[in-house]
Design a protein around this ligand. Sequence first.
Ligand SMILES: [Zn+2]
Length: 854
Amino acid sequence: MPGKNLSRDEAQQRASILTVDGYQVRLDVTSAPDPAAATFRSTTTVAFRCTQPGAATFLDLLAPAVRSITLNGRAIDPAGAFDGVRVHVDGLAADNVLTVEADCAYSRTGEGLHRFVDPADGETYLYTHYEPADARRVFANFEQPDLKAPFTFTVTAPAAWDVWSNAVHEDVTEQDGARTWQFAPTKPISTYLTAVVAGPYHVARDHYSRELPDGTTLEIPLSAMCRKSLARYFDADEILGVTKLGLDFFHEEFDYPYPFGKYDQAFVPEYNIGAMENPGCVTFKEDFVFRSKVTDAAYEGRANVVLHEMAHMWFGDLVTMRWWDDLWLKESFADFMGSYALIGARTRYSSAWVTFANQRKAWAYRQDQFPTTHPITADIRDLEAAKLNFDGITYAKGASVLKQLVAYAGADAFFEGARRYFKRHAFGNTELADLLGILEETSGRDLKSWAAAWLQTAGVNSLTPQVTTDAEGRITELAVLQNGDVLRPHRIAVGLYDHDSDGSLVRTARIELDVTGARTVVTEAAGRPRPALVLLNDDDLTYCKIRFDDASLETLRTGLGEIRDDLARALAWSAVWNLTRDGLMPARDYVALVLRFAGQEGNIGVLQSLHAQAKAAVDLYADPAWRAEGGRLLADGALRELRGAVPASDHQLAWARFLAQTAGGAEHLGLVRGLLAGSARIDGLDVDQDLRWSLWLALAAAGQATDEELAGELAADNTAGGKRQYTQCLAARPTPEAKAAAWSAVVDSDELPNALVEANIAGFALPAHRDLTALYAAPYFKLLEKIWAERTIEIAMRFVGGFFPSAQIGEPTLAEADSWLDGHPDAAPALRRLVIERRDDLARALRAQACDRA
Ligand SMILES: [Zn+2]
């Protein structure tokens, strides 16, 4: 099969001669409920113009078979024109009509038209997911973002189903047990944004209306869908409530009426990512339908995603990047807007910036220190590279830099720029210069050097305070030292903190200034008493790693938890985690901080991050000789805090889960078993279905859950979620047979759906089982290229990332990775990138372990 990998050059060439006037796409999915049916009928008719009559071009199509091809009334033999990836046509006229009739495959990997059968009731559900380039798995098209066109979908489906697409349906007719849904033409949109959702989904409906400045009223029908078997858990009111607040907010800020008519939000099974901004038909992972108790951090996270996708209706859908180099033009903005709008739209999630500082930035810092990091505006040569760029740089660093831009240029200039950008480029495509030019107009500032420093270079700076004092303990000079490959202009606030009468650490002064170059003196600080803590980047205005002077670090060791302000405390937690990852603070010191202060951490999202990071500190960054003791300390801490937590609180649930993740000794596992059996109780703790699975996972990983017990739990929870967690438990058993079965399930067959691939890998790869999984390192490296070539990129990425021998932390594994990289200079760049990143994690862990040992 020729390459599936469309290049930027090919896309540019095609766009230079073609203009697409519209698509008619007919899909017949009446076969979907029949598990033996592997394909569905797909017919595309595309009308397009060509500035070079006589020229040749191609449509993208990944399909098992093409039945017919007709160009301007002339039949073309598929045997010669279709190669499995592209439909080649030549002899183009100035005006063309091209029809391709194909058999396309139902997907099990979440790419293209995904088919899912609900184990709870046997119902079949379909949905599409395309970004960056999987519409070609469902219908033939010009798969590149800058060939926008109106799409008219016609979908024939079983009569009992409903069908949704980007536009409203205009007509439904029934014949022979099937219904045909005729949808209205869409506005001009890119192929990756088209969508179809079909099945016996449960639907909640609502409505939004708004007076526009011109006196007319904008009416937006709203709906939210999930599988029928999840309907009783579906809190559609909460989701639609956030939706309406968001629509109010974005209309006020963007001053451009929502352009896509209705607004559907479908929560769909086995979804590969958080959500996708298909205009008028957003798809979300159904983990956002909470069937067991979750903490408020999960509700906040979901609301953030609802607003992120809504921001895309303008940033991305109305105005779209020309090519994937400028993916940030939509993702950085949407990521920023997700947090900004949680506050601005007056949702109940008032700590959105704490979460941003704590979680999104951690993702960015991690990605930005890989050898593979890249500027926010990237150089994306092809689709495989595009796929990997949905990363911590494009999303979280980009959003952080926009937050810095707001501090630097002002919110008014920023939003006025957005308003002009939408009006000027509506239904068009843009590049960096288009946005920058507008922001220069609205801010009155030259942003070229700012953009060069922040958008066109890679890497993170660290900022370190340097404090000198006189004999009376007054500051004689406070300077900010900047490190990094590229020094940047940073607008920051410096916070000075001291203990108040009740022992809390509170801010006594805030100094805002521009930091430039390697050393910047904070002139305003001179003459003030030396504070207990100097916190650089207070309020989290810029994107940097914060360091501390010795006295401030000592204050944190004894009083980090006493910082009263949630954001400042989150910044301090983030900074000590970065010190740990950088091998500048021993992992056991970080663990000690968590054990000492996590119990009083008020922000539930921060607490959950601390749990994950403390576990990683022990598993990866601690001296192996101390690992067992570190694990015991975490489990003891979890038990202590679980018993002390407020009954029925989110904190209690978080500590219960943390106990399940850390339980190892007889006492902890005994309690786990008691909670499952009902013989032990923690006041207020509801041991509901998902917590039960967490507890079973702890027992399975310790070799203390029998096959009969796990099968019994699955029988009691015969659902999609149950099956996933059962699969993970099986793979988590500490036996060679269990590991072999999990490995084989993923490697030896491509039958497994994405969700179960992930569950097998998660259970297989538990760090505690490093002795059992060590023998898979060699076959892993041997299989890399084969898996990359044979599997879809979603599954291949899971294999490469999930089975990398991350738990085999030592020089031999590093040498194995290096030897593979040296021996495969011509492997796919996207594959090499993933291996280089895992290899870098390993080298980092070795440095951190050396620090912990010293
Ligand atoms: Zn997005």
